[in-house]
Design a protein around this ligand. Structure first.
Ligand SMILES: NC(=O)c1ccc[n+]([C@@H]2O[C@H](COP(=O)([O-])OP(=O)(O)OC[C@H]3O[C@@H](n4cnc5c(N)ncnc54)[C@H](O)[C@@H]3O)[C@@H](O)[C@H]2O)c1
Length: 247
């Protein structure tokens, strides 16, 4: 998969899936804008620069409109166009029944997991339309299809990401911009630190392959969806769940 002369934005790319995805792009020649709330994204920037491409960072909260605008401003001032957007930043939120969940926690999970995807797409699409080319990949979750207990905010926002992907895919279907999402089951990253052991075991028990997914496995799927080879799929939901998903 070659990403020579492409520019990719990856949100939530200090660590975990975002870093793995950004690394896959960097290894294959892409320039990058890494976006993360954690200043330690600078370490990821240094690491990925070693592949020889331009790697910019924006330290900011993806749920803020100003962050999305700042990122697109860098695209316009430093690059000739935007090819790839991966909306990856997300949080698990706290595990409680819906009726025990503080309303503010629902708002927090909604803003980071779903509103951010809206904002980044809203400001990225006009830039992609300028060159009539783009690939958008949103990281949803199996929880958005099935609904995990004690994760109502997380499940609802990931279902929202699936719906948003389908709508935007159709809106752009007459262009050369493709919009897809993936629905991983549990993958071995630090997002699991937010979940209780009981909740993690619940998730693994539901996976027929019987293990967690690995970052590289997800990065490989995102890489294909972000490439020119992904030409006849849009508004689609790609499973990567070790056999858990039945639809
Ligand atoms: N790991 C899994 O099992 C799993 C399964 C399904 C879906 N996902 C989704 O994959 C995505 C990445 O998850 P991960 O497991 O790599 O998580 P992670 O916690 O390892 O990494 C998330 C990254 O996002 C950043 N981030 C968090 N809030 C942010 C904000 N408000 N603004 C900017 N950056 C922010 C963090 O600093 C971190 O670098 C998430 O959307 C998650 O819901 C993960």
């Amino acid at each position: 998969m070659s990403f020579e002369n492409k520019l990719a934005i990856v949100t939530g790319s200090y660590q975990g899936l975002g870093k793995g995805i950004a690394k896959e792009f960097a290894k294959n020649g892409s320039n990058l804008i890494l976006v993360d709330i954690d200043e330690k994204v600078k370490t990821t920037q240094e690491e990925l620069k070693e592949y020889g491409n331009t790697v910019e960072i924006i330290i900011g909260d993806v749920s803020q409109e100003s962050t999305a605008k700042s990122v697109m401003n860098i695209v316009e001032t430093k690059f000739t166009g935007l090819d790839i957007l991966v909306n990856n930043a997300g949080i698990g939120g706290i595990n409680k029944t819906l009726w025990e969940l503080p309303s503010e926690e629902f708002d927090r999970v909604y803003s980071i997991n779903l509103k951010s995807v809206f904002l980044f797409c809203k400001y990225a699409v006009p830039l992609m339309l300028k060159n009539n080319y783009g690939r958008i990949v949103n990281i949803a979750s199996i929880a958005g299809k099935e609904g995990n207990p004690n994760a109502s905010a997380y499940s609802a926002t990931k279902a929202g990401v699936i719906g948003l992907t389908k709508s935007l895919g159709k809106e752009l279907s007459k262009t050369e911009i493709r919009v897809n999402c993936i629905t991983p089951a549990v993958v071995n990253t630090s997002i699991l630190d937010e979940f209780t052991e009981e909740h993690i075991n619940y998730m693994i028990e539901k996976i027929p392959i019987g293990r967690t997914g690995e970052i590289e496995e997800v990065a490989n799927m995102v890489s294909w969806l972000s490439s020119e080879k992904c030409s006849f799929s849009t508004g689609a939901v790609f499973d990567i769940s070790g056999g858990r998903a039945t639809y």
